[in-house]
Write a protein that binds this ligand. Structure first.
Ligand code: CMX
Length: 132
């Protein structure tokens, strides 16, 4: 439907939240740990544009691995979809590599699934569907 948010990998969530609050002139409206992904998230919104900061909660988090390999920076682009199961089926049928067959529970009350970055010109794509 539209870009739901941009995910940014950060080493230290506390200092990064303070930095982005100053930069955007907006307070972080939600912090949430996603145990399954081993990340802590912090969300900002300006009109319809959402930014998600992602800090690792353990050394084997994909975010820790990402930062070690590529440094801090833009980690993923998330598109909101109406029916995530239907989109998974459609994309698999088109030959894309989804990182799981079933959506999982992500931050911000969303069902989420990721597509491998090699299938989107080096960009990690997330599909998300609101559970609200
Ligand atoms: N964006 C672009 N490229 C990425 C990437 C990212 N976020 N993460 C990894 N890559 C690239 C690597 O640089 C590497 O490229 P080369 O082969 O050219 O070196 C390649 O993908 C493989 O990376 P890797 O370091 O070997 O890591 P893995 O293959 O083990 O894992 C990935 C990569 C994308 C499968 C894994 O990070 C993943 O499963 N991601 C989805 C889950 C996730 O990101 N969760 C955190 C966010 C949770 C949330 O928003 O709630």
């Amino acid at each position: 439907m539209h870009i739901d948010h941009i995910g940014i990998a950060v080493k230290d969530l506390e200092t990064s939240v303070a930095n982005w609050e100053k930069l955007l002139g907006a307070s972080c409206y939600k912090r949430e740990v996603v145990e399954t992904q081993k990340v802590e998230t912090a969300f900002f919104i300006k009109k319809e544009s959402k930014i998600e900061l992602l800090g690792p909660t353990s050394e084997d988090s994909v975010i820790a691995k990402y930062i070690e390999k590529r440094g801090e920076g833009m980690h993923h682009v998330a598109f909101e979809v109406e029916d995530i199961e239907a989109e998974i089926a459609r994309l698999k049928n088109e030959g894309y590599t989804l990182l799981s067959d079933e959506p999982s529970n992500g931050a911000d009350q969303k069902k989420i699934v990721f597509m491998h970055p090699k299938d989107a010109n080096g960009v990690l794509v997330e599909l998300c569907q609101s559970m609200q």
